[in-house]
Ligand binder design. Structure first.
Ligand SMILES: [Fe+2]
Length: 410
């Protein structure tokens, strides 16, 4: 594991790819400074920063929008579901939690996942539930499939060597629920990235993905080229995703905006280039990577990344049925304090296109689904085994079965 990895040696190899790693970093830093300035100007003038589109418009050609998504690495898709439909599902979810006495269960299983234990703000109010009717209805809906296909098609999914994924078939990654109480000030998440921390420097395939960055060709680096993204090998750790997501995302169950304990993003698709090359600079101890540790989320912090952190913004107001999506390299956080008056609830649903990596995981996941257990990537809390109202195989649509690898896609 990590103890056996010679970080100093890896840094040397990565520096050697550049003619001048200090100058390379300065160039990247200048690019980031410009991006931050743009974000701050938009913010000052109350202009939208995160690209937005309405669900009904997603199949219209909008090249400016696509350009913006590729630059910012995120997008809001509004009105994927109707407000009243989602509010109803939110109520059903609450009932599912109450009727099955989730809180009692949780107290018994106090040893929650340790994944976020190093992020200063502590643990967010996230529920280890995966198979409720509300989640399944959202996750496996026709609307969600349409959104995911559209998002997948923003990527370059084919190259001269192989086809990375099929953008028009999707698999489902069962994830949890966030239900954040008004007034809560203990449950934020400091800025981080999922999909690998130390791996982003040490993994051979990540090194290929980021090669242009290290080799002075930052301008040529395309974060939306999927080549090798399906071949990353993550360090084994609870709650590290073992799938390739074209976008992470969630669907709002309740209305929530800035200061309601909601999501924050640094909307720069190429922001990872700064994090990667920052760690190679001489002021960082040779055996360290700016605070990132294996099996944890990638850390973005004041000690090393204060420039990037200036670009951290809260996402705008979301209504029930709106969705937000962000690239797996986009740094994100959850606000420390929920100063609003209502629960800020979301169902996490990302986009996991059909590829071998995702299929391998989905097959393992489907076994857990059939037993009502927690999916393989999450702590084996297995709350839902005997829950009343849990979704079973007989309740699934054909689409849901395909997305859970319980039916062939062909
Ligand atoms: Fe995250």
């Amino acid at each position: 594991m990590f103890e056996n990895i010679d970080i100093g040696l890896i840094k040397k190899e990565l520096r050697d790819q550049s003619k001048n790693y200090k100058q390379n970093f300065i160039n990247i830093e200048q690019f980031i400074k410009n991006e931050i300035q743009e974000i701050l100007n938009l913010k000052k003038n109350n202009k939208p920063i995160i690209p937005e589109i309405s669900f009904n418009d997603i199949n219209q050609k909008k090249s400016k929008l696509l350009e913006d998504i590729k630059k910012r690495g995120c997008v809001i898709i509004r009105d994927v579901f109707e407000d009243t439909y989602i509010s109803n599902l939110n109520n059903q979810l609450e009932k599912y939690i109450d009727e099955n006495k989730y809180y009692e269960d949780q107290r018994k299983k106090a040893d929650l996942d340790k994944y976020f234990s190093d992020l200063k703000s502590g643990k967010p109010q996230i529920y280890g539930l995966y198979w409720s009717k509300a989640q399944i209805e959202i996750r496996h809906s026709e609307q969600m499939a349409k959104v995911q296909r559209w998002l997948n098609n923003l990527w370059i999914y084919e190259n001269e060597e192989y086809k990375v994924f099929d953008p028009n078939k999707e698999l489902s990654y069962a994830d949890r629920v966030r239900r954040r109480e008004p007034g809560d000030d203990t449950l934020g998440l400091s800025p981080h990235c999922d999909a690998g921390s130390v791996e982003r420097w040490t993994d051979k395939n990540y090194q290929k993905i980021y090669q242009e960055i290290f080799a002075d060709n930052f301008e040529k680096y395309d974060p939306f080229n999927a080549k090798f993204r399906d071949r990353i090998i993550e360090f084994e750790s609870p709650a590290v995703a073992h799938v390739f997501r074209t976008f992470q995302g969630w669907t709002a169950l309740t209305e929530q905006g800035p200061n309601d304990g909601t999501l924050q993003l640094i909307p720069i698709a190429k922001g990872m280039a700064y994090v990667l090359t920052r760690a190679l600079q001489n002021d960082v101890p040779e055996s360290e990577l700016c605070g990132s540790k294996p099996g944890r989320a990638l850390s973005v912090n004041k000690d090393y990344h204060s420039l990037l952190l200036k670009g951290l913004i809260s996402i705008p107001k979301m209504k029930p049925g709106d969705t937000i999506w962000w690239h797996p390299d986009v740094i994100h956080a959850v606000e420390d304090k929920h100063s609003g008056k209502n629960f800020s609830n979301v169902v996490y649903v990302g986009s996991t296109p059909y590829c071998k990596k995702n299929l391998d995981y989905t097959i393992k996941q489907s076994k857990k689904f059939l037993e009502g257990k927690s999916p393989p990537d999450f702590a084996a809390e297995d709350y839902e085994i005997n829950y009343k109202g849990r979704v079973k195989l007989k309740d699934l649509s054909l689409l849901a079965k395909k997305q859970l690898a319980l039916e062939d896609w062909n």
